[in-house]
Design a protein around this ligand. Sequence first.
Ligand SMILES: [Zn+2]
Length: 267
Amino acid sequence: MRYLEPHAHMVSRVTDDYQDMVTAGCMAVCEPAFWAGYDRSSVAGFHDYFCQLTDYEPRRAAKFGLPHYCWLCLNPKESEDVVFAQEVLAILPGFLGRPNVLGIGEIGLNKNSRNELKVLEQHVDLAARHQQLILVHTPHLEDKHKGTRLTLDVLRADSRIRPERVIIDHVEEHTVQMVLDAGFWAGMTLYPETKCTPARAIDILDRYGPERLWLNSACDWGVSVPLIVPRTGLEMRRRGHRPEAVDRVLYQNPVEFLSQCPKFKLS
Ligand SMILES: [Zn+2]
């Protein structure tokens, strides 16, 4: 089985995870910028993090023969202070030209606050001005439906944004349809308990078909499973999906979306 891991926070994983992913057939890993588990206290903290994602982490992955790509942004959890957010956004364009940067992400909303919305709009503007792909994080549980709707409103209000160049991640049963209907891509994040379990994700695939959908583990410092994407591929096979259908969702779909960025190449 070959697969792509389009959303993984490798800075919080050990090198054994890289080895396991390559052994399981991973062809590339993509790492969106996110919260560090604590709020960074300065712009310099973000500068160092962006260097880690564009320099150190790709070199660590390369030791295991795995291409590493990333997405850059100020994450929603830290966008409450709009002045600070603007300072971080000001250094971001300086990193967009680095060879493993795919676009702006994971931006979005956490608590659906007014300030988060303001910073989301600024990120969307930045992506439009620099012709970047966009990866969107959607809020958890009770905030998800409203947060997804608000995010789609922001994206649709900007006429420069083409929906086929945006992926809305962490969709669930109650949000996937509005994302796909609006022409965006949708990501299903496989967590052992919260977000989507493999069984629920396969139910969604059975209901909506594979078009514009991908799977990811979002593995980070919390309870998460770096190999849950290939394991879901095995579960698809067990439930009667053909090998080509598994390959489409686990490999071809993410390659199709990510190849819209000319920097994304598989050897
Ligand atoms: Zn994430």
